[in-house]
Design a protein around this ligand. Sequence first.
Ligand code: AMP
Ligand code: MG
Length: 267
Amino acid sequence: MDIYRIRPGTQVDLRQWDPDDKSAFEGGKSEGQKAVEKLNCRLEVLQELLYAEGKHKVLVVLQAMDTGGKDGVIRHVFDGVNPQGVRVASFKAPTPEELAHDYLWRIHKHTPGKGEMVIFNRSHYEDVLVVRVHNLVPPDVWGRRYAHINDFERMLAEEGTTILKFFLHISKDEQKARLQARLDEPDKRWKFNVGDLGERALWDEYMRAYEVVLSETSTEWAPWYIVPANRKWYRDLVISEVLVQTLESLNMRYPQPKENLDEVVIE
Ligand code: AMP
Ligand code: MG
């Protein structure tokens, strides 16, 4: 899965990244789904360990175009983890109070504490994506933010946070099919936003903005992964695998009990 990790200093051209790629897995959809289920079980154990050890903090950032699959990843990849130690923070258009502060203010308070795993459904990256594409602040203001973000994430990492960032990469055609499905299926209509069509019309501008994000903010301490996301099972597989491998590399241990429990007798 390392083929999807962006090395610091890479200039990303998203046209070179195939949203249909599935080259890191031998099998097809049903084998892929089984592999995800196995990884779910592994993740369950690792998350329990993370919580029990209470030492590491884990932050997972999900970014994508509309219909890119952020909600699907949260449902499928984190299926089975204990809600006690896992939280999702979703970032919508900022409120007046949030806008009255710097753009990291609302983000920082949702970062994970010790033993916790937090999933960002959108993130501070919106402040260099939608904000850039729509000129919500002047270029010199958003232009400084890549450096702020790298510094902010470095601070989080140095203070014990493991950061993983995933860009769910779908094609424009795949988005069309998924938006159409939202229109056609009564149970999906609630997800349809007429406003999403305006964002779709700005597809190329968004791709440029994502390329800058991926080129400027993939660091040793907070790497980006470009996840081929046209196939949902493959998208889930890539993210599950990266997450499990990363948690395994933390070499976590259950804490030793505070007292010697060998002599304890329960009456
Ligand atoms: P959804 O994730 O579909 O519920 O949509 C959330 C909306 O909030 C998206 O259209 C985002 O672009 C928007 N949004 C999130 N963060 C920001 C931000 N910092 N500035 C402006 N819009 C934002
Ligand atoms: Mg939406």
